[in-house]
Design a protein around this ligand. Structure first.
Ligand code: HAM
Length: 411
């Protein structure tokens, strides 16, 4: 994971990451989802039994180690398996739930732009409700996130993998089709052909993609209601986001059946998918619980933050400059009072010793709207200087502390 330190690329926001996380959480809460926090460490078997032993994640990307009792422990590579484990353990699998989570995940990948060994996800899961409305709710949340951050140039791809039986029949037909050409496949696609045939559809190899043009399509294996669902979702949300039905869309985790989706952006380069999810109705029973229909999605916060530009047109920023070192405690108390009077304003105090010039430089770098300056003279006469930094015509003025408080309250 790149060190996430909010400096330099803040688009003049006090904290870009904080703001992104805050607004995404607000969307989850606004849709009446409840937070769930699961441990970072899990029994490694959990992921073999859920994400699937043929998936890249389990095959080569799990970070695991033996604990003191020689139990194999894994750093979670994703959140869904842990959520279902928790629901099964608490015997809540007969109820319906709308849950969200946010936090770090680990996958042992070759690090590159947009692909990190530690990264953060914001995810949500709707549990206990059959195919239908949850699909609309899910895509509605995705559209709300895209709308909230005014993401341009993005596309939501949707597909339907049918029932477990449809998926199996399609996999069989795909293997039968590709088998005669297996010598033409590269090593990776050859390996996938028998381990996880659906993933051949994801191949980045041009020759494989050419071969696949004549391959059977999932469209011929799923029933009319699945196709209707795809068309209906596309119709309802197309005026908000670009939505495309892509019958070759498959997901890298084994637990999916039914509706699946991904959001991609051409601005992200090779790792263009910033969000993905789908239905996984059999995971709960696979993990020892009841049959519980489920659907969910996760958004990668690092990839997403590369698409977000935030503008600082709402939050006011003030630089509080103290120049009278022997009277700082008194000045500090004034700053404390200001902060309590108006919590919508960000008040930055340069805590290090320094000249007025260096402190003004900091104020300008922070893109502050005003500087409030307290030197010895001001503190003795119980006044302060207010210097507007963004209004060229306005002069600085000296005001009483009482007037300073009124000015600050009105910002
Ligand atoms: P996923 O597609 O594996 O799905 O990951 C979701 C998102 O996490 C990706 O779209 C991407 O933005 C981000 N991501 C994944 N791996 C990395 C990485 N190595 N570096 C940076 N970002 C990454 C899941 O994890 C499923 N649990 C989603 C889900 C929830 N399905 C149902 N419920």
């Amino acid at each position: 994971m790149p060190d996430l330190y909010d400096d330099g690329d803040m688009n003049n926001m006090p904290s870009k990451l904080f703001e992104i996380e805050r607004r995404i959480k607000n969307i989850f809460i606004n849709y009446s989802f409840q937070e769930i926090r699961t441990p970072i460490l899990e029994d490694a078997n959990l992921f073999k039994r859920s994400v699937g032993s043929s998936s890249d994640i389990v095959n080569k990307e799990i970070y695991s180690f033996n604990d003191r009792n020689e139990k194999i422990i894994a750093m979670r590579p994703e959140g869904t398996a842990s959520v279902i484990r928790s629901i099964v353990e608490k015997k809540l699998d007969h109820l319906s739930h709308k849950l969200w989570y946010m936090g770090p995940m680990w996958r042992y990948e070759r690090p590159q732009k947009g692909r990190y060994r530690q990264f953060n996800q914001a995810g949500m899961e709707i549990l206990g409700i059959q195919e239908g409305l949850p699909e609309f709710e899910m895509i509605s949340v995705v559209c709300s996130v895209i709308q909230e951050f005014e993401i341009k140039n993005c596309l939501i791809k949707i597909n339907h993998l049918g029932t477990k039986q449809d998926k199996e029949a399609f996999c069989k037909a795909l293997v039968n089709f590709l088998e005669p050409y297996k010598k033409e496949l590269n090593e990776k696609d050859f390996e996938r052909l028998h381990k996880n045939p659906l993933r051949v559809l994801d191949s980045k190899n041009a020759e494989t993609q050419n071969l696949l043009k004549k391959a059977p399509s999932i469209k011929d294996f799923i029933d009319k209601s699945a196709i209707n669902l795809l068309n209906s979702i596309k119709k309802q949300f197309s005026d908000i986001c670009d939505i495309e039905i892509d019958y070759s869309l498959v997901r890298g985790l084994d637990y999916y059946s039914g509706f699946v989706f991904e959001a991609i952006s051409s601005e992200l380069g090779a790792q263009d998918s910033f969000l993905g999810g789908g239905r996984y109705d059999h995971l709960c029973s696979q993990l020892g619980g009841k049959e519980m229909p489920a659907i969910g999605m996760a958004l990668g916060l690092e990839r997403f933050s590369n698409l977000v530009t935030l503008t600082n047109n709402k939050i006011k920023m003030v630089s509080f400059i103290i120049l009278a070192s022997n009277l700082e405690p008194k000045a500090y108390k004034i700053a404390h009072d200001l902060r309590s009077f108006n919590k919508a304003v960000v008040l930055d105090i340069s805590l290090a010793e320094g000249s007025l010039k260096s402190k003004m430089r900091r104020a300008n770098k922070n893109n502050a709207d005003y500087a409030i300056i307290l030197g010895e003279e001001e503190l003795e006469s119980e006044t302060a200087v207010i210097k507007p930094l963004k209004h060229e015509l306005k002069e600085q003025q000296t005001v009483s502390i009482e007037d300073l408080y009124s000015f600050y309250k009105a910002l």
